[in-house]
Ligand binder design. Structure first.
Ligand SMILES: [Zn+2]
Length: 269
């Protein structure tokens, strides 16, 4: 919480009367686990990333999340991150992620102000990150779609640049966060169908609009996983999000796949 830039924190607080609760969950994994119980959620991936310019998050997020999940390493899955321009020794930083047992790496192009394929333009740190993740079986989640945070640059949110990553790192599991919403869903759908190593994360998409965005969702259900993006702006509550998803006219076997099976394939319990 204390890393947030004031402008980013203001957006997080906006229209959220119970922000104190979220601050409490950040302090206490115990109370967060209780919240998950009330929502009927067994396991959660805790998304963190390094984005000093736009959000304020530094490399310190990795130690934070590694400490946080110690409360219950089965239920809490640590997602960390690195930033090519904010690493003085990329190999040492990658080593640290491995030592902390970070279970997913998030790349956030609109907040890190880079293209996910910038290793083709001389950003070798990015290639080192992808290679390490690929070699160690750590999935990489890449934010796709727009962001409304002050200073975010949305040209970086187009998922088409992930095509190179999927081609160049064929054993790397790549999760397309938010399915390119709301501008690039067709690109996201194409990438998931084209590449065996690309998955769709539906977090941040209002569940009520999911089937408008992805009318052929059932075809890619085995590569689709549920998430909420809570407590991001526009996602007030985890339980409500799950209930809205459960209310969609999808076969029970498809629902089960998206809510549970795909994630259990990626992070076996
Ligand atoms: Zn994201």
């Amino acid at each position: 919480m204390d890393m947030f830039k004031p402008s980013a924190l203001a957006l997080m607080r906006a229209k959220r009367p119970n922000f104190g609760q979220i601050e409490e969950y950040c302090r206490s994994p115990k109370s967060f686990l209780k919240y998950l119980d009330t929502c009927g959620i067994d396991r959660a991936v805790l998304i963190n990333y390094v984005a000093p310019e736009v959000i304020g998050f530094t490399n310190g997020v990795n130690q934070f999340v590694a400490d946080y999940v110690k409360e219950d390493p089965r239920r809490l899955i640590p997602c960390g991150s690195l930033h090519p321009r904010y690493s003085s020794n990329i190999l040492a930083d990658v080593e640290q992620l491995l030592r902390l047992r970070i279970a997913m790496i998030k790349i956030h192009p609109p907040h890190q102000l880079l293209f996910p394929n910038d290793y083709l333009n001389g950003v070798t740190e990015l290639e080192i990150i992808y290679r390490a993740a690929e070699a160690n079986g750590i999935p990489v989640m890449i934010h796709t779609g727009t962001s409304v945070f002050p200073g975010a640059r949305n040209k970086y949110g187009d998922p088409v640049y992930v095509d190179d990553v999927a081609v160049d790192f064929p054993k790397l599991k790549i999760l397309l966060a938010h399915g390119g919403r709301p501008l690039w869903m067709r690109t996201a759908f194409f990438l998931v169908r084209r590449h065996p190593n690309v998955f769709l994360d539906i977090s941040g998409i209002p569940p009520k609009r999911l089937l408008q965005y992805f009318p052929r969702l059932e075809e890619i259900a085995t590569k689709t996983l549920f998430g909420t993006d809570w407590p991001g702006p526009g996602v007030p509550d985890v339980k409500k999000n799950l209930d809205d998803f459960r209310a969609l006219p999808l076969k029970p076997v498809v629902q089960d796949q998206i809510v549970s099976r795909t994630a259990r394939h990626i992070w076996p319990a």
